[in-house]
Ligand binder design. Structure first.
Ligand code: NAP
Length: 305
């Protein structure tokens, strides 16, 4: 079975690429190792995707994107991408469930949360240390949690956590938050949220379950133990590009480099969404990338004829 294009990843970038490629009459397969939706599937409130209805969630938005793809004939397969090799007709793709053939490839593998790297983080992951408020907030009803980070994700997820936790303390390494001003205002207005600025977490303590964190003030050097029942880590992301090391060009932070038509350094391979180097990682820019990649895949295939 040979495809015109195989898209790796079923987040907003991959789903938008699938929709545009299928509407361009290509034979399209989207492969995905986990569920549909990518990182946005863990978002509880999408306020800034133009036209999304009030209270729309990541899963509801991406489920509708998947349905649209299927309406236009996109195939889906749950499997893990492993490698590609160049063939006379395009690419042979190796996956954990066998080989596939395709003329072109769109890499839309997204990004994933970074770990903070402190003592206790790995050991207590899943036992009070979490990277997804939507998934785990429910476990912290009436309890106190810490949120690490000062970006949009940390601020949005802190607000979400207040629906469950009795107290949320945000720990940020500088004296100023990075996240959007509107979120900063909401944080300030929320009585359940407090801030510890100029501080980093040196250790997460617990015996089977999180019991507290060791916080160090980076200006004074003082450390203190803050008792918490949970720690939510939102300190940024890293691109899912490991399978392409050695083949696709990356920037210093490991994001894949494309031109504005989403072409990578290898003819016939395109990249879209959070995995590529760009200035704004949002659903709206991911879907735009996907559309641009698909349109240029269509052009690429036309030019081969
Ligand atoms: P981010 O913007 O990169 O913020 C990461 C935060 O973690 C920063 O405050 C950073 O501190 C801190 N940090 C990084 N490494 C750290 C470490 N080792 N120890 C302590 N703190 C550390 O990441 P993000 O919040 O996940 O957002 C990623 C992208 O998605 C951004 O472009 C963001 O705008 C976007 N996003 C948008 C929305 C929305 O618009 N609704 C929602 C979520 C995410 P510094 O500030 O000192 O660097």
């Amino acid at each position: 079975m040979s495809y015109d294009t195989i898209i790796i990843g079923a987040g907003p970038a991959g789903l938008a690429a699938g929709l545009y490629a299928a509407r361009g009459a290509l034979k399209v397969l989207i492969i995905e190792k986990g569920g549909i939706g990518g990182q946005i599937a863990t978002s509880w409130d999408i306020e800034n995707y133009p036209g999304s209805p009030p209270n729309s969630t990541g899963p509801s938005l991406t489920e509708r994107m998947r349905e649209q793809c299927e309406e236009f004939g996109v195939e889906f397969s749950t499997r893990t991408y492993q490698s590609f090799s160049i063939t006379l007709n395009g690419f042979a793709i190796e996956t954990d469930s066998g080989s596939l053939e395709t003329q072109t490839l769109i890499v839309a593998t997204g990004a994933e949360p970074k770990m903070i790297g402190c003592k206790g983080e790995r050991e207590l992951r899943g036992m009070g240390v979490s990277y997804c408020a939507t998934c785990d907030a429910n476990f912290f009803k009436g309890l106190k949690v810490a949120v690490l980070g000062g970006g949009d994700t940390a601020l949005e997820e802190s607000l979400y956590l207040t629906k469950y936790a009795k107290e949320v303390v945000i720990i940020h390494r500088r004296d100023e938050l990075r996240g959007a001003k509107i979120l900063q205002q909401r944080i300030k207005d929320n009585e359940k949220i407090s801030l510890i600025l100029d501080s980093v977490v040196e250790e997460i303590k617990g015996n089977g379950l999180v019991e507290g964190i060791v916080v160090k003030n980076v200006k004074t050097g003082e450390t203190s133990v803050v008792p918490v029942d949970g720690v939510f880590v939102f300190v940024g992301q890293k691109p899912n590009m490991e399978p392409f090391v050695g083949s696709l060009e990356r920037d210093a932070r490991d994001y894949l480099i494309t031109d504005e038509d989403m072409r990578t350094n290898i003819s016939g391979i395109f990249a879209a969404g959070d995995v590529r180097r760009k200035s704004l990682r949002q659903v709206v820019t991911a879907t735009a990338d996907g559309a641009i990649a698909a349109v240029n895949v269509i052009k690429f295939i036309e030019e081969l004829k």
